[in-house]
Design a protein around this ligand. Structure first.
Ligand SMILES: [Fe+2]
Length: 458
């Protein structure tokens, strides 16, 4: 495997290392506290609404909108041995900004008849949805973070959904690869939501492996189906654990599904065993090859049954799919452990130069202590170390008004200060991360480490 040496330069340990906590084969051992219930992973109990917010620095006047973030917040007392980070009710944390003023912060549980969507919160066709994979129904959210009783996508969704639909900014269509093994063990679905917010098509794709399809990617012509090395596990399900497990037997592969056709035929490309929660982006080059950048794990959900961070780190990796030849190559682009990649919100499926992500630190002490900006043209990265006691979350890119350059805009993320046990919302100039945040909105409580969110302009 070739490496682009100029991307590599971190002193962080990326391989080996002792785990932060000891595991037995069935979750945390003995009377140990589950790490995903400690520190800033622990849920918050209070649901707060306040318009008394201290701001340090100056929020750019052009910013008006709602910053939303979803994540699991188990309200009952979970079993430490069996608890997995990916489980628990969804809780939204939101900050409303109007013309450079922070109007309010609030946090609210996502209310649902069934499983509370805990993974992402998106806006599409003038509606906001809290979403999750594995058959959970999207829940519509209003601008005040209340859960609505409406049926998702105007009552047109007949299947489960995904935590990671991809928006084609040219058409306004949203594409999602969805699995729901409780109801269909043999197929996944390619769901397309039209720009009017209604499901346009649901196309079954046979997938006998029952793999965990957390994300997809789109290009001009394809939806990418990631059939990787983590499979649904009846063994774990029957014993009350999070029911997905590493598999050495399954052939990992990337599939290309023609997103414009009626056929559910997938052109498969076998790859080395790995797992990917998050794609950075995919696009087609001038020769029609498909380029996929993603955060690749060598192995996980094998010995650690409680979460993703103790087995191998995720690192930025590129696959190039030669569609004509049916061949694929893989190249590790960096060795710094990263997660939660984001790009310009209108570039999914198109060439992108920049990617933004959270640096998760070494295996022995995952700390979320840095924000990384990748320049995939110059093959360089810019890493902002946040300093002792400070830990960020997924950084969301917001394009500037009248944007000229791809990275002209802002990066927003919640920032946790361990010394205060509180969080803030920080706003960076995405072209000048080194100068630090242009503004921090201090929040009255901590925002637990969670998953994904969106900036809803307006
Ligand atoms: Fe995710």
């Amino acid at each position: 495997m070739k490496r682009r040496k100029f991307l590599i330069g971190s002193g962080l340990a990326v391989a080996g290392g002792s785990a932060l906590y000891t595991m037995d084969r069935f979750g945390v051992g003995g009377n140990q506290v589950n790490p995903y219930l400690q520190g800033n992973f622990a849920p918050v109990r209070d649901q707060i609404s306040t318009d008394l917010l201290e701001v340090v620095g100056e929020i750019p006047k052009q910013l008006s909108g709602l910053y939303l973030r979803n994540g699991p917040n188990p309200m009952a007392s979970p079993n430490h041995k069996k608890h997995h980070w990916f489980t628990g009710e969804g809780m939204l944390h939101g900050v409303k900004i109007e013309e450079g003023k922070a109007l309010w912060y609030r946090n609210k549980l996502v209310q649902a008849d069934g499983f509370s969507p805990n993974t992402h919160v998106i806006s599409h066709a003038n509606k906001i949805y809290a979403i999750v994979e594995a058959g959970g129904r999207p829940v519509e959210i209003d601008q005040q973070l209340n859960s609505l009783a409406s049926e998702p996508f105007h009552g047109t969704l007949r299947t489960g959904f995904s935590a990671h639909p991809k928006l084609d900014s040219a058409s306004g269509e949203m594409h999602a690869i969805c699995y729901d093994y409780a109801n269909d063990l043999d197929n996944i679905q390619h769901v397309t939501v039209a720009n009017d917010g209604r499901v346009k098509s649901s196309q079954a794709i046979p997938l006998p492996s029952r793999s965990m399809v957390h994300e997809c990617a789109i290009t001009k012509n394809y939806v990418l189906v990631l059939d990787l090395s983590i499979l649904f596990s009846f063994y774990k399900l029957g014993r009350g654990y999070f029911p997905f497990s590493w598999s050495d037997e399954h052939q990992a592969r990337i599939g290309l599904l023609n997103r414009h056709g009626d056929s559910n035929e997938v052109k498969w490309f076998d790859i080395d065993p790995c797992y990917v929660f998050h794609t950075v982006n995919a696009y087609e080059d001038d020769q029609g090859n498909v380029i996929l950048d993603a955060m690749r794990y060598q192995r996980l959900f094998d010995t650690d049954w409680n979460g993703p961070f103790s087995e191998t780190p995720a690192v930025l990796t590129r696959w190039e799919l030669n569609v004509a030849a049916g061949a694929v190559s893989e190249q590790q682009l960096d060795d710094v452990p990263t997660e939660f990649p984001r790009i310009h919100p209108q570039l999914a499926g198109q060439f992108n130069r920049y990617g933004y992500c959270l640096g998760v630190g070494a295996l022995a002490t995952p700390d979320f202590g840095r924000i990384i900006k990748y320049d995939l043209v110059n093959h360089s990265s810019e890493k902002v170390e946040l300093g002792p006691n400070l830990m960020a979350a997924e950084p969301v890119f917001i394009p500037a008004a009248g944007q000229q350059a791809e990275d002209e805009g802002y990066l927003m993320t919640y920032l946790y200060d361990r010394s205060l046990d509180k969080s803030g919302l920080v706003i960076y100039n995405a072209q000048d991360l080194a100068s630090g945040p242009v503004a921090e909105i201090k929040l009255p409580q901590r925002v637990p480490f969670g998953f994904h969110g969106s900036w809803v302009a307006g």
